[in-house]
Design a protein around this ligand. Structure first.
Ligand code: HAM
Length: 436
């Protein structure tokens, strides 16, 4: 083991620095508003769970479980293993069952935001700790619920102003019976070309042949182009369900591309699966978001049979798009008032003044280690304060303060007793002029 420099973040992670926070707040605000308006409720689940929760949901042969799980070396008292969550759905389903949410009026609609962990090879848009926004809907198997799910997902991107160039890809994976039939057909086709498959797909062939359909290796990609398609293997119920989803999308005027190779990387899906991708992402490796139905998962975990569908998107990839399209993002912090003190008497009064201003609802700052007016004004400017209050010896005795509008440079003396009212008025004026 090599001794790593401690001043070094782990590969595939990053700090969200103060200047980046505005993107996070913007996304969270828009996403929350969208979910709340569609009457979803927020849910938070732990960052780690029993690892078998994930392997049971996503399948032991999925990349996420077989290669990318972050296992914890600390086990529970009975020796059961923990893992950091690689996604949100499995934990939300666990919580749905554990908290008896099947007894709530359906549909049960939940949304979440938070960090996820996958030990994948870091590259552009792919991290080992990344953030997802996501939502799940329980208790509706109607195809129109699939349409609604896709509409809400598309709405999130629209509200974030990044839907330009996004394409929606859709497929149906059918039910377990359709998949059984399809897997048989697919395996017998692929068996003829075994020697051309990549080493990973050779392993997948007997255990998880569906995953071969979205293998990113060129040699597998060319093989699967002529492979049997799942849509041709759907049972009448699944076929009609998918037909209705497509009709619903047409009705809603939502353009889509049918992608028979779209299987998504997680084994819990059935019937409708979908992904949003940038039209220019030729590598097809960095979808902005994706989701689908998982009507069997609640039952797999021992809960009652409950239809379910959901969606999640990657926050880092959304931020890349916000930057690429130069979407204007409101600054998180606006400094209303910067308090400047000159002389010992003023310095004594400054802390109380700052506290009173904060209590009155003004964002306020000051610097106590600098004494000159010039240096403090310069700092106020750097912090982009709208107003500076200058408290000198005389003002400290007179119970007054000099109010300086930092935008136009005008100054006047005001009585402390009237300060709150005057500040409100001045800030309103500055805001109005700023918007003109
Ligand atoms: P997923 O496709 O694995 O689906 O992830 C959803 C989104 O998370 C991806 O489209 C991508 O934007 C982002 N993402 C995934 N892995 C990484 C990574 N290593 N680095 C950066 N971003 C990443 C799910 O997780 C499902 N739980 C979605 C779902 C909800 N299905 C039903 N309900």
């Amino acid at each position: 083991m090599t001794e790593k420099n401690i001043i070094q973040k782990p590969r595939g992670t990053y700090d969200i620095l103060p200047e980046e926070q505005k993107y996070w707040q913007f996304i969270l605000k828009k996403f929350t508003a969208c979910c709340e308006n569609f009457n979803f409720s927020k849910i938070d689940t732990p960052l780690f769970e029993y690892s078998n929760l994930f392997s049971k949901a996503m399948g032991p042969t999925s990349d996420v479980v077989s290669k990318e799980m972050f296992y914890l070396s600390r086990k529970d008292e009975q020796g059961s293993e923990f893992a950091l969550r690689p996604e949100g759905t499995a934990a939300v389903v666990r919580s749905f069952i554990e908290n008896g949410m099947q007894n709530l009026p359906t549909p049960v609609k939940l949304y979440y935001f938070g960090p996820m962990f996958r030990y994948s090879r870091p590259q552009a848009g792919r991290f080992r700790q990344f953030y997802q926004i996501g939502f799940e809907i329980f208790g509706e198997d109607d195809p129109n619920c699939d349409v609604l799910t896709i509409i809400i997902s598309a709405n999130i991107f629209k509200d974030l102003k990044i839907s330009k160039n996004l394409i929606l890809e859709i497929n149906s994976l059918g039910c377990q019976n359709c998949q059984k039939k399809f897997k048989k057909n697919l395996v017998s086709y692929l068996n003829q070309y075994k020697e051309y498959l990549c080493p990973d797909c050779l392993v997948r062939l007997p255990v998880n042949p569906l995953r071969i359909l979205d293998c990113k290796e060129q040699r597998c990609g060319s093989l699967v182009k002529s492979a049997p398609q799942i849509i041709d293997n759907l049972c009448p119920d699944c076929k009609s369900h998918f037909q209705k989803v497509l009709e619903g999308l047409d009705e809603a005027n939502l353009a889509y591309d049918l992608n028979p190779l779209l299987v998504r990387g997680l084994d819990y899906y059935n019937r409708t699966v979908f992904e949003f991708r940038d039209i220019n992402d030729v590598s097809r490796q960095s979808s902005l978001g994706g989701g689908g139905r998982y009507d069997d998962l609640v039952e797999t975990y021992g809960g009652p049979k409950t239809a379910a569908i959901g969606f999640a998107a990657g926050v880092e990839r959304i931020i890349d798009k916000l930057k690429e399209y130069q979407i204007s993002i409101p600054e998180v912090k606006k400094l209303d008032v910067f308090v400047i003190q000159i002389g010992e008497k003023a310095k004594k009064k400054v802390i109380t003044l700052v506290k009173n201003l904060v209590d009155a609802g003004f964002s306020t700052n000051c610097v106590l280690g600098k004494d000159s007016l010039k240096a403090q004004l310069k700092t106020a400017d750097k912090f982009k304060a709208a107003i500076s209050l200058i408290l000198g010896q005389r003002e400290a005795l007179d119970n007054t303060v000099i109010l300086r509008n930092m935008i136009d440079g005008s100054q006047r003396t005001v009585k402390m007793i009237n300060l709150e009212k005057i500040l409100k008025k001045e800030l309103k004026k500055i805001k109005k002029e700023g918007n003109e």
